[in-house]
Design a protein around this ligand. Structure first.
Ligand code: NAG
Length: 462
């Protein structure tokens, strides 16, 4: 893949003028793999809610969003998990995870990120009476791990399986114990999992899944780096963290987080691994504009992205992390964000193309298909500030001849994917369909944005 991040880092300084974007058709490489198309929970699971299960969501909506990463572990279902001391309460959580695994793997998911902490019961709702390795004794936790490992094997759930050792240990709601106990738990679990699932098994082990993104001043991260430096045998296969700080936080940017993670790794001689942001977007950032912007950031930095889920209890399990709604009423419909995922995973084929913006509040993800003479751009923004005061976003597309030969004009169809206050959106709206003159092998494509709405640009031969 071409090195998009090098290009972008020179462009971090925000400008007071209207932001502008660029697409360079001469620079392309890499096949889109939907790396930012994951979700946390959101898929119905019958056993947990018998006799009133969440109605099934039509799987064509799941496939239409192109979901290929799914993260679950039975959180917030009525049975409170292993730590309650009653095995039935674990079994129901495992059954929930198992149904999610088989349903989603049958519908396009390639990686299933398992949350053992939720099967333990540390899901922010259950009052977790005990934690792994309390009083320095990991025996009870070991029994849990043995059972999880046996259940994964007995049910043939190894394909695409990623085990996220513990969710958000840096938040007392999820880990009400010390950092030292956390690292004791980590080492114990990692060695058990790795023994059961050697690298050749295809099962991967991930962490630390902190809620706080990489930060050189945060003791969870500095201790993590120290610990991993001293114990390379427990270094995760996939590095996970969360990006949930919300729209008021100017640093809620996975581009910035990846930059800091790279620094932490370099300073401590830690190997680079696949990085997965397995909860992203604060609840106020779940709009088409933000989703498209986040997708641009993940693609730019090569990180996988899984959309956060802000539902509680039953509502954690019924709307694909707010890509759809109306499930409980028996008439599911799509939200604007679903159309962003649909465009990203179903329309954007071909070859990833260099593109970017001169303002970190904007980003775009672009693909080109030279054979079909087609370019597809997904454009998103962070709607910070009141009012949203830089709505124009002209995008200069250069090296037009690379895709369109000697054409003197191209046609561009620009569509808006509305937020509609998180309401129903059946389809994107065409805002313009026009030809543009090619001048000096360039075309300027205009976006007049409205806050929270995303835009797509389909460029064809005129
Ligand atoms: C755009 O206009 C062209 C030429 O009139 C037409 O063939 C095409 O169907 C239009 N596309 C959309 C999405 O409206």
């Amino acid at each position: 893949m071409i090195s998009l991040h090098l290009l972008a880092s020179a462009l971090l300084a925000a400008s007071a003028q209207a932001a502008t974007g660029y697409i360079d058709l001469s620079a392309s490489g890499g096949v889109p793999d939907g790396k930012a198309s994951g979700i946390l929970y959101g898929v119905p699971n019958g056993p947990a809610y018998t006799p009133n299960p969440v109605p099934a969501v039509p799987w064509n909506l799941f496939k239409g969003a192109g979901i290929n990463l799914m993260r679950a572990g039975g959180a917030q279902v009525p049975a409170p998990g292993w730590s309650s001391g009653d095995i039935k309460n674990y079994e129901q959580r495992f059954e929930s995870a198992k149904q999610n695994y088989f349903d989603t793997m049958a519908n396009g998911v390639k990686t299933f990120v398992l949350l053992p902490a939720d099967m333990w019961g540390a899901d922010s709702v259950t009052k977790t009476p005990v934690y792994p390795c309390d009083n320095g004794d990991c025996t009870y936790y070991g029994q849990f791990l043995d059972r999880v490992i046996a259940d994964l094997k007995a049910n043939n759930m190894l394909k695409g399986m990623q085990i996220d050792v513990w969710n958000e240990p840096d938040v007392p709601l999820f880990w009400d114990r010390s950092q030292d106990q956390y690292f004791q738990m980590w080492d114990y679990a990692f060695q058990k999992y790795r023994t059961a699932f050697p690298s050749s098994s295809g099962v991967t082990i991930s962490g630390p899944a902190y809620t706080g993104p990489p930060n050189e001043g945060n003791s969870w991260w500095t201790k993590w780096a120290d610990h991993m430096k001293n114990k390379p045998a427990v270094y995760p296969d996939v590095i996970t963290y969360h990006q949930l700080l919300g729209r008021q936080d100017s640093f809620n940017d996975p581009f910035e987080s990846k930059r800091v993670l790279d620094i932490i790794q370099s300073k401590n001689n830690l190997p680079r691994k696949l990085v997965q942001v397995n909860e992203y977007a604060g609840s106020d950032e779940q709009s088409p504009a933000y989703s498209a912007w986040f997708i641009g950031r993940f693609e730019r930095t090569g990180q996988q992205g899984l959309r956060a889920n802000w539902g509680y209890g039953r509502n954690l399990h019924n709307d694909f992390a707010r890509l759809v709604a109306g499930v409980e009423a028996g008439s599911p419909y799509t939200l604007g964000d679903w159309h962003v995922y649909n465009y990203y995973t179903q329309v954007q084929k071909g070859s990833i193309t260099r593109a970017g913006a001169d303002d970190v509040l904007w980003d775009l993800f672009v693909t080109q298909n030279r054979g079909a003479k087609q370019v597809n751009a997904l454009v998103g923004s962070r709607g910070q500030g009141t009012p949203w005061n830089s709505p124009d976003f002209p995008i200069t597309m250069s090296s037009v001849s690379t895709v369109f030969g000697a054409a003197t004009k191209v046609r561009a169809v620009i569509k808006e994917i509305p937020f509609n206050n998180a309401g129903r959106v059946d389809a994107p709206t065409v805002v313009s369909n026009a030809t543009y003159n090619v001048v000096n092998n360039r075309v300027v494509l205009p976006i007049y944005s409205r806050v929270d709405n995303a835009y797509t640009i389909d460029v064809y031969a005129a």
